[in-house]
Design a protein around this ligand. Structure first.
Ligand code: FAD
Length: 399
């Protein structure tokens, strides 16, 4: 593959930059953290993207997306990160959207895709259960057919943003008597359906992203099933294999690096900027080189995805292991570089509505401890690093 910039992409990059310069409001740039911010900000940004015709950056044209290839998508992500744009709703955009486009009925597409593109309908993912995480096929939440509806009973856990989502896509066991993978179905459920209870789980970063979600005799029309009864496992594999390059969370890494460089210039120790201290500069340069190597790896995975090469799976798993490790080390470095201030998180200071928003540098300082804690989770969600290594070990010798 070729790492040289190509003319088509430079023009595309300029177009994205121009859009971000003119349409991304300053208020939304305040989301200096790569972790999802307020629901209103996310929906506001999605609305602006939708108006531009960019509501589905990774979707094909015939599905209402941009039709961009993975390299254009990479450039888009890179530019959005550089401009400080909020993240999109990964659950609707990157996980469910492609599933509906591939397996959904015409009615399901008409009912759900427009809300994902416009940002009006946010989704959450109900896969993990207390005894079924890495071993997802052991999940037990049951759905029993009763006339024209499934009746769901059971519990999901670690349901990110279930408290903000309008709908959930859910794995349920519809047949307990067959091989465990064969008895799973994939349902779409309105979070307002009677019998659903969402309980918050507060995490070490001091934030509420996660929840337990309980289902107590929840009735869901059969028409809300995607694919065949018992076909949920195939859909899940499609969903999990989608978007290998995205698991690297390159925008978060690029943002960390910018913040480290900014901090190196502005943070002083005994009057000397950190960047002039060899121990800081050396560590920064090493991480910068690692980041360069990693972004080349992302481009390589992107190229393999474009060729529909099975090697994308192996490299995708390797990429996730390396990128999440680097995210954690960069987060740790930011906190250390702030010295005593790094240990303090101001995230819960009540916002003063009359005051101007904190300048980006100050806002970043307020967020680093919380984000450093959040990033501990990156080696767990989306498949733990141990499991990814297992996948690599299994697949490596096939090529
Ligand atoms: C911040 C965050 C957000 C999340 N959001 C969601 C969400 O929105 N929806 C959702 O459904 N889930 C979500 N999850 C759950 C996530 O998918 C699971 O935590 C993950 O799959 C691991 O499962 P587990 O926690 O049950 O750990 P377990 O699977 O019990 O693993 C425990 C330990 O054993 C190791 N291990 C397990 N199996 C193997 C193996 N085969 N080989 C080697 N080591 C192994 C693991 O690496 C880990 O260290 C989220 C998790 C986090 C932390």
């Amino acid at each position: 593959m070729d790492f040289r910039p190509d003319d088509g992409l430079s023009a595309f990059r300029n177009e994205v930059r121009q859009f971000l310069r003119t349409r991304l409001p300053d208020k939304l740039k305040g989301s200096v953290s790569g972790v999802r911010g307020p629901k209103g900000d996310l929906q506001h940004w999605q609305r602006l993207l939708h108006e531009q015709g960019w509501g589905g950056p990774s979707w094909a044209l015939e599905h209402g997306g941009t039709g961009w290839n993975p390299q254009q998508l990479y450039v888009f992500d890179e530019e959005c990160a550089a401009a400080g744009a909020p993240p999109q709703d990964i659950f609707g955009q990157r996980l469910l959207g492609p599933v509906l486009n591939e397996f959904g009925t015409a009615e399901q597409k008409a009912q759900h895709l427009p809300g994902i593109l416009s940002g009006e309908r946010l989704w959450c993912q109900g896969f993990s259960e207390p005894d079924a995480g890495s071993d997802l096929a052991s999940m037990r939440t049951q759905a029993v057919l009763d006339g024209d509806a499934y009746v769901i009973n059971g519990q999901k856990i670690w349901t990110s943003y279930a408290h903000e989502a309008e709908w959930i896509f859910l794995l349920v066991r519809t047949n307990p008597s067959v091989k465990k993978q064969a008895g799973i179905s994939f349902l779409l459920v309105d979070m307002k359906t009677p019998g659903i209870t969402v309980k918050p789980i507060w995490t070490i970063d001091g934030q509420h992203h996660l929840n337990e979600t309980f289902f107590d005799n929840v009735r869901v029309p059969v028409g809300n099933r995607v694919g065949e009864d018992g076909g949920g496992w195939g859909i899940t594999k499609f969903l999990l294999n989608n978007e290998h390059a995205a698991t690297a969370e390159l925008p978060a890494l690029l943002r960390f690096m910018r913040q480290l460089k900014q901090l190196g210039q502005r943070q002083t120790v005994n009057g000397t900027p950190l960047i002039e201290r060899p121990e800081f500069a050396l560590r920064l340069v090493q991480m910068d080189s690692e980041l360069t190597a990693l972004s080349m790896m992302v481009r390589r995975v992107v190229a393999l995805e474009m060729d529909h090469s099975p090697q994308a799976h192996v490299l995708g798993s390797l990429l996730k292991v390396r990128a999440t490790d680097l995210q954690q080390r960069m987060g740790d470095f930011l906190v250390e570089a702030l010295g005593d201030d790094g240990a303090v998180s101001y995230i819960h200071e009540p916002a003063d509505q009359d005051a101007d928003a904190p300048a980006p540098y100050e806002a970043m300082r307020r967020n680093v401890a919380s984000e450093m804690f959040f990033r501990r989770a990156t080696t767990i969600y989306g498949g733990t690093s141990e499991v990814q290594r297992g996948i690599v070990a299994k697949l490596l010798f096939q090529f």
